[in-house]
Write a protein that binds this ligand. Structure first.
Ligand code: NDP
Length: 445
């Protein structure tokens, strides 16, 4: 049995009931096989893979809070501090009813390689809660965030672990979390990213994941003698990543015709009007179906099915496993030539294999959504220096970072004889740096 198979079996046996974590480990180990086989003796000698798949620490805690009816509610809170070989743990907090330890382990594991790809000194972590902010009043969200941070504050710090937003955690939640951190610790430090601009936030952070996705997509298209201008694009989701991916794609001349939320999707043959989507989602926290009422000629369809919309480029920007094998086949049959992931692991393993075996181009989220965490690291940098860069300065650094990531993953794929396979390229490029740092630091981690 190969070293990678051995480790995968060990992960399944030792982490029961965590299918997403198994899936993420399998995808990474399968694509690292080329590197591991070539260096097996070296890695086995220090049990590198055994150490790589084990989080350094998992903090799990109770989050009691009082709702608007005076009733005490209890949620589960977590922080998975996965790997600190190249820097302090860094990764988002997710508030969604589906959150459990296995999902956060998958996200923390992936984050380690993604953060490595950014070229910045940040390790991998992820956290969150099964709390559902949907339908809660501002006061309830604040009460929850304050309770969550009262416990989490014991384990994080600007040079230790720096959380950010993710699904269900936007500017409002970061504000409440940051206020409580300061109150409990007495420290005004860059402990969270995604902060407001008047209290330590960075310009471009809000846009960074979506913009970064389009910058790296553009770099890949150019490398394959294609261009974004004039292409028809479908984007799933209508949250932070989706909205700013649409904004940048439109700025670069693409026509985005569909977006979604967890209830259904909208189709607008004239091109999505992003001002309407922002008003619904960012201002009123409404549902995407309201778009159809606001824009004549557009159509709302209840349920999944966004991948049946004909397009040249598909950008899954909602959540994990939202694009399955049937969806991939439908996209291909309808002429879609490019898929780039804005969300984390939105494409199932079977769908990814199908896409890689076809002539479609595919960018994995680990590389293509790294602009968010990369810009978070730029926010940390500005906090440490007590300085703020202009929008243009940060945007330029983000663009540079995404071009650099494309060059790294493309080069790694070429070095190992799988040119154009950016899944393998991203995993190898992310892994090499982390592995070197772990070996250099001995058995401490
Ligand atoms: P948001 O909460 O802002 O938006 C999420 C969007 O996806 C919403 O439209 C939501 O619809 C939809 N969605 C969530 N869960 C499901 C589901 N189970 N089925 C269908 N649709 C769903 O999150 P973000 O935009 O921040 O994150 C989206 C993805 O991008 C996640 O995978 C996240 O991990 C990843 N990501 C985010 C980064 C960031 O900087 N924000 C950085 C890197 C990755 P509804 O409103 O109905 O729930």
């Amino acid at each position: 049995m190969s070293y990678t198979e051995e480790i995968y079996n060990r992960v399944v046996a030792q982490n029961p009931g965590e299918p997403e974590f198994h899936q993420a480990v399998k995808e990474v180990l399968d694509s690292l096989k080329l590197v591991i086989d070539a260096n097996e003796e070296k890695y086995r000698a220090v049990s590198l893979l055994e150490r790589l798949v084990e989080p350094e620490r998992i903090i799990s805690f109770k989050v009691p809070w009082v709702d608007d009816n005076g009733k005490v509610q209890v949620n589960k809170g977590y922080r998975v501090q996965f790997n600190s070989a190249i820097g302090p743990y860094k990764g988002g907090l997710r508030f969604h009813p589906s959150v459990n330890q296995g999902i956060l382990k998958f996200l923390g594991f992936e984050q380690t390689f993604k953060n490595s790809l950014t070229g910045l000194p940040i390790g991998g972590g992820k956290g969150g809660s099964n709390f559902d902010p949907k339908g809660k009043s501002d006061r309830e969200v604040m009460a929850f965030c304050q309770s969550f941070m009262t416990e989490l504050s014991k384990y994080i710090g600007a040079d230790q672990d720096v959380p950010a937003g993710d699904i269900g955690v936007g500017g409002r939640e970061i504000g409440y979390l940051y206020g409580q951190y300061k109150r409990v610790t007495g420290l005004y430090e860059g402990v969270l990213t995604g902060k407001g601009l008047t209290w330590g936030g960075s310009l471009v952070r809000t846009q960074a994941t979506g913009y970064g996705l389009i910058y790296i997509l553009d770099a890949m298209l150019k490398d394959h003698s294609m261009e974004l201008a004039g292409k028809t694009v479908v984007v799933s989701g209508s949250g932070n990543v989706a909205i700013y991916a649409v904004e940048k794609a439109q700025q670069l001349g693409a026509k985005v015709v569909a977006m979604s939320d967890s209830n259904g999707y909208i189709y607008d043959a004239e091109g999505i009007r992003l001002d309407v989507v922002k008003e619904i989602k960012e201002v009123r926290r409404g549902r995407i179906k309201e778009y159809a009422a606001a824009v004549p000629g557009s159509v709302y369809t209840e349920g999944k099915g966004i991948w049946s919309v004909k397009c040249d480029i598909a950008l899954p920007c909602a959540t994990q496993n939202e694009l399955n094998l049937d969806d991939a086949k439908t996209l291909k049959a309808n002429g879609c030539a490019v898929i780039a992931e804005g969300a984390n692991m939105p494409t199932t393993r079977e769908a990814t294999d199908f896409i890689l075996d076809s002539d479609m181009l595919f960018l994995p989220g680990k590389a293509s959504n790294a602009g968010g965490v990369g810009t978070s690291a730029l926010e940390m940098c500005q906090n440490s220096m007590r300085m703020s860069w202009t929008f243009e300065e940060v945007d330029e650094k983000l663009k540079h970072m995404m071009n650099d990531i494309y060059a790294k993953i493309s080069d790694a794929a070429k070095r190992y004889g799988v040119e154009g396979n950016y899944v393998t390229g991203a995993n190898i490029a992310g892994f090499e740096k982390v592995a070197d740092a772990m070996i250099a630091q001995g058995t401490a981690l």
